[in-house]
Design a protein around this ligand. Structure first.
Ligand code: GUN
Length: 286
């Protein structure tokens, strides 16, 4: 029987703390504000954006939604980002991914002012994370670290296996674990014998997006299992990469899906927005 890593509860705690910081900012004349940009109407993205709006309300952050049509041009999107970069009342800018196929995502990420890049996707912010001096925390990996810390799980000296090598999760997740002195392996679709690699893990993080990828035989007895994925099951319900019913009896700690990493990602996004607003407030003074 594993202990459930309750991301929903910790995220609520973090957001409650953030609303205190938001209140302090308001008293100093600054209303923390996140601009969320959605292009098109990808059904998952529409839900994510709706959730972020709710998170903002719970954290004392004002949210501005920019919902643009699917056929929005590259230059139209860049010009909106430039406007948001220039607005003193906007502290964080989030462009919901994925963007429609005709948009060059890399160019969009470069257009966001790195001081408002609360996703930490801009190359300058990625570089700072790599060097262990982040300006903004990478939301999902930092959410995982906060959850491990909450349950006093120290990665130091542990064998950690991260399955998935995306820019958003796999790569920064490996870096944060490395900075906390773990021995880190990144496994991916070309890794031979994924099961054997996963079985080495004291801490196993899966961030692939494939239902049923991590079966019980891939979990070392006593391992900490963190499931970052959010897949839609045929019945419409959400599930991660991990076959929970098989992994849970072997694990010492495990995240549920939903209610594990997802709410943590969004809480860290809120935290980054408050941090950005606090910098803006400090600059106002000077
Ligand atoms: N799409 C899926 N996850 C994310 C995220 O964390 N940030 C943004 N901007 N888009 C996403």
């Amino acid at each position: 029987m594993a202990v459930i890593l309750d991301g929903k509860a910790l995220a609520a705690e973090i957001k409650a703390n953030l609303s205190g910081r938001a209140q302090t900012l308001r008293e100093k004349g600054v209303t923390p504000c996140l601009a969320v940009v959605l292009v098109g109407n990808d059904s998952a993205s529409v839900i994510y954006v709706r959730n972020k709006k709710k998170d903002c309300e719970e954290s004392g952050i004002k949210s501005l939604a920019f919902e643009l049509p699917e056929e929005t041009s590259q230059s139209g999107l860049i010009s909106l980002i430039n406007d948001l970069n220039a607005r003193a009342d906007v502290h964080g800018i989030l462009v919901q991914m994925p963007l429609p196929g005709h948009i060059n995502e890399k160019e969009i990420l470069l257009a966001v002012d790195p001081r408002k890049d609360v996703d930490a996707f801009h190359p300058e912010n990625v570089g700072l994370i790599t060097q262990g001096q982040p300006r903004f925390a990478p939301c999902t990996p930092a959410g995982v670290m906060a959850l491990l810390d909450k349950y006093a799980i120290d990665p130091k000296g542990k064998e950690c296996v991260v399955v998935g090598r995306s820019d958003i999760v796999g790569k920064p997740m490996a870096l944060l674990l490395l900075h906390r002195h773990a021995t880190v392996t990144i496994a991916h679709s070309r890794t031979p014998d994924l099961a054997a690699v996963c079985r080495r893990a004291d801490i196993l993080v899966s961030a692939v997006g494939r239902l049923g990828l991590i079966t019980g035989d891939m979990v070392k007895p006593g391992a900490v299992v963190v499931d970052v994925a959010m897949n839609r099951k045929p019945d419409g319900k959400l599930a991660g990469d991990v076959v929970f019913a098989e992994a849970e009896p072997k694990a010492s700690y495990i995240t549920p899906v939903p209610g594990g990493v997802g709410p943590m990602t969004r809480a860290i996004l809120m935290q980054n927005t408050i941090t950005a607003a606090e910098w803006a407030q400090t600059q106002m003074k000077g």
